[in-house]
Design a protein. Structure first.
Ligand SMILES: Nc1ncnc2c1ncn2[C@@H]1O[C@H](COP(=O)(O)OP(=O)(O)OP(=O)(O)O)[C@@H](O)[C@H]1O
Length: 543
């Protein structure tokens, strides 16, 4: 892949990089030129032509192609011209051989410790290759347990095998976190099947038109063909029919149609020809949470009406309880088969990391402790392979940045801190404004040396902040709820303590780094408006 930002453009101005095989001026030259009063850019041919200045076209003014930088150093000069900004970074031994394989977008071809789940899925789905409808499958498991990777692996195998045996079987993947309404799910499916149908029609038209061409000279070819046409008129009618079919498919717009029209379009598109379709709904709980179970109800009852095709659903969820919200009919239909993905333990994570690291890292780039430590940290987190891979990649990046030859244990520890901080920043950044105000109040109290903060103290500061930025002020009870939410997110720690006859109160402390969290809060434009609240807080505790 090329990095567009470092490519030379047509003007001959190279925008980055240290080495200049084209012998043109570097960024440094540009800077020097700017310092001088002398013009930095000249128009016309370079010195080598010896011609007088000429303007780009015959009559036109100078064109961009004619703009070249003066005093273009060439060869060795170019080396000197660069200050070696990138040279230093490139000089160390590379740590990664192929970093991409550690990224979440990479689909591994081998999934250690998921053989059982993969075999279970295959056993259920093999029915599709016999032309029958496979049972619906629900896949459960916590985040990073390989559900999506395994399901995609099985789907690819299924499609490849179906091509091999010429049994029409297709898998459609939908991520319900992104596509989270019935309209969008059906529209996306309809459009995918319309596109596929068009592909099938085009192939068929090519065959028929080819036959038509040959039949023009000798119509005995019709009898020999396996396309099931006896006369040229038959053939023409078929071609006409296919062209009509092709024109009739109308793509569903992303909004605007009544839902039943979208459903009917999807239904007709799926049933256009014989096939078994597996619809994979990843993060299915998000769909149900956002828009109820209508989509699942409609999909699960389709088979009784489809004539040529069959549909089977494969739902994937992190949330074991989401079926509690389903209509009992949907629940029993969807959960015909259930497959559970348990969390990985540290040894299994070690194997997974070992496999990936062989491709991802240069030989000997990892010291012996690195993989076991990444695996141990991720196993503590609930056996999340995504987290383990992130840790390993981040540790490698830190080593690369530090220009060390190997990734060491310390890089893993720093990677763990960095990932944790990134998480906190993301959680804090996306909090609603009211929660941000509550959190900011706690920070102000801590910064002023208040320990064992109680809800009343938070509420007083919070009220003042709301006045300052003209926000609605919630009741103390609501603020107490928001504090509990911050506690659940791991941002504050709130413990209930008994004060004897004075009842019970919460003692609140911050669980995240104070400076970074404050900076994230102040980067919110609304909170950024808070002038200087410090003197006010100070005054409250001075007396
Ligand atoms: N057994 C395994 N072998 C190799 N890589 C794995 C394995 N299990 C998971 N991974 C990798 O871990 C990452 C997370 O896996 P995946 O997306 O399948 O998890 P998930 O269970 O679907 O999580 P979520 O519910 O958060 O979507 C991916 O990069 C995947 O390639």
């Amino acid at each position: 892949m090329t990095d567009g930002g470092n490519e030379s453009d047509d003007s001959g101005v190279n925008t980055g990089g240290s080495d200049r095989p084209d012998g043109r001026a570097s960024v440094d030259d540009l800077a020097d030129e700017v310092d001088d009063d002398a013009p930095s850019i000249s128009v016309g041919p370079d010195e080598t032509t010896g011609d007088g200045p000429s303007l780009g076209g015959e009559d036109d003014g100078p064109s961009l192609d004619d703009v070249v930088l003066e005093e273009t150093p060439s060869g060795e000069d170019a080396d000197e011209a660069s200050r070696g900004l990138f040279d230093d970074l490139l000089s160390g031994a590379p740590i990664f051989e192929n970093k991409e394989v550690l990224r979440p977008s990479y689909t591994p071809h081998k999934l250690p410790h998921r053989e059982e789940q993969i075999n279970n899925m295959a056993t259920i789905l093999v029915t599709a290759l016999r032309g029958d409808t496979p049972s619906n499958i629900l896949i459960y498991g916590k985040t990073g347990t390989g559900k999506t990777a395994s399901a995609k692996f099985v789907s690819e195998e299924l499609e490849t095998t179906s091509q091999k045996y010429e049994v029409p079987c297709e898998v459609e993947y939908i991520n319900c976190e992104v596509t989270d309404t019935q309209y969008r799910v059906l529209a996306q499916l309809a459009n995918k099947f319309i596109e596929k149908n068009r592909g099938v029609i085009d192939d068929r038209l090519d065959e028929l038109e080819d036959l038509r061409e040959r039949a023009r000279e000798d119509d005995t070819v019709l009898g020999e063909s396996d396309l099931d046409v006896e006369t040229v008129a038959d053939l023409d009618a078929k071609i006409e029919q296919l062209r009509d079919d092709r024109d009739e498919f109308e793509e569903v717009p992303m909004t605007g149609w009544p839902t039943d029209r979208v459903y009917n379009t999807f239904f007709d598109a799926v049933d256009y020809h014989e096939r078994v379709v597996v619809i994979m709904l990843d993060e299915i709980d998000k769909l149900v949470e956002k828009s109820g179970d209508d989509t699942l109800y409609n999909l699960s009852r389709m088979n009784s009406e489809l004539e040529k095709s069959r549909v089977s659903i494969m739902g994937i969820s992190n949330d074991l309880k989401f079926t509690d919200f389903l209509d009992p009919r949907v629940k029993s239909s969807l959960g015909e088969e259930e497959i559970v993905f348990p969390p990985y333990d540290a040894n299994q994570l070690r194997d997974i990391l070992q496999h990936r690291s062989e491709v991802a890292f240069e030989n000997d780039a990892l010291s012996d402790d690195v993989i076991p430590l990444c695996a141990a940290f991720a196993a503590q987190e609930h056996g999340d392979a995504r987290r383990a891979l992130d840790l390993l990649r981040t540790a490698g990046e830190l080593a690369e940045r530090g220009q060390t030859e190997r990734v060491e244990e310390d890089h893993v520890r720093r990677a763990q801190e960095k990932i944790e901080l990134d998480r906190v920043v993301e959680v804090v950044r996306t909090l609603p404004t009211q929660s941000k105000l509550v959190l900011f109040s706690i920070i102000l109290l801590e910064k002023n040396g208040v320990h064992n903060i109680n809800t009343g103290e938070v509420y007083n500061i919070y009220k003042r902040l709301c006045e300052e930025i003209d926000a609605d002020t919630l009741t103390q009870r609501r603020v107490t709820d928001l504090i509990s939410e911050l506690d659940m997110l791991g941002i504050v720690n709130a413990v209930v303590v008994s004060k004897g006859r004075y009842g019970r109160t919460k003692e609140i402390s911050l669980s995240v780094p104070i400076e970074e969290t404050e900076a994230v809060l102040l980067s919110d434009s609304r909170l950024g408006d808070i002038e200087d609240i410090q003197p006010f807080v100070q005054a409250r505790f001075d007396n």
